[in-house]
Design a protein around this ligand. Sequence first.
Ligand SMILES: C[S@@+](CC[C@H](N)C(=O)[O-])C[C@H]1O[C@@H](n2cnc3c(N)ncnc32)[C@H](O)[C@@H]1O
Length: 362
Amino acid sequence: MAARQPFADADTADEAVRATCDDATTCKRFATSKGYWKDSSLQYFVRNVGERKAPEINRGYYARVQGVNLLLDAFLKKTQGHCQVINLGAGLDTTFWRLQEENLLPRKLFEVDFPTVVARKIHHIKTKPPLSKPIIDVHSTDSLLLESHVLDSDRFCIIGADLRDVPGLDEKLRRFQLDPELPTLLLSECVLVYMTPSQSSSLVHWAAQTFHTAMFINYEQVNMSDRFGQVMIENLQRRRCALAGVELCQSLDSQKERFLRAGWDQANALDMMAVYSVLPQDDVARIERLEFLDEKELLQQLLQHYCICWATKDRLNLGETRRRLHVSGGGAARRCWTSSGRPPSLTSRVGSASLGLSQLAF
Ligand SMILES: C[S@@+](CC[C@H](N)C(=O)[O-])C[C@H]1O[C@@H](n2cnc3c(N)ncnc32)[C@H](O)[C@@H]1O
């Protein structure tokens, strides 16, 4: 494992972490411009399509966005929208606008990021009606708060906070009507890896303690101790960006352990190669026709170095209906669950061709 580089000061390190938000957004912008998936609001955050990205990168982002969305949408449907979503380190994420368009909004969607990132996002919203109108359309009271570092409306809230300060985060979320009694989905997409293991564990522990029925979806690096992983680390270090939490990105097991140790009841993880193979294959075939891919091996390596890990706590037994349906359904569905009602190993779950990622949610 490459030695971690000491940084001149914490601000420089944080600035490099904040800059990763633009990388994610420009890559998503390019991929959507090529037709990998639709995102009608991203253009208002990044006008220019920007430099060409390699097809492997575009397919990687496709798998990331589709994989996370499948789990997120499954949770929203399971709870019929009687839930809240907290996007931790949301950057310029556009999920609110997608869910509003698709009539899938939760009771409230919270986003958290560093105050400077939040201020940029709110500025875009304030100055671009296609971003502000959908927020106003689903807001019914007269208390819409739109300040430089905070947006609070009935269904959407953006908060500036440091995720490493868990009491501060908790206080801010509660101030804007976070409801610990509601089923809650927490999402972190390439975020926990920038925090030390003890900082991310505190955050994940707080979530497990605060919500009785919840799912945490974490997308980030995995298998980082091999040569390919080391090159990824070195590339980021060259940009003065440290992966402070890389220790927990060694394997799917280390990713799951983080959640199980912090009080989550169940944890599952798939590398993105596996996710790619359980995405709807007609759409995968469509995107594979978009651009010629020379280097299949590079795509495989890339996908093997990212994963989705999702942990659940299910006091309300949201998964129970599905479990009963599957057990009584017979056939392929029966094979998905053991007689104890517990999920079988991940490999057998992935092995079932009839099983989509959305069915794995609880
Ligand atoms: C790679 S970007 C991903 C953004 C977004 N989740 C996405 O996938 O498009 C990581 C984001 O996490 C945020 N972040 C990282 N550490 C954070 C912290 N301690 N507090 C608040 N935000 C943080 C960064 O500012 C950045 O916006």
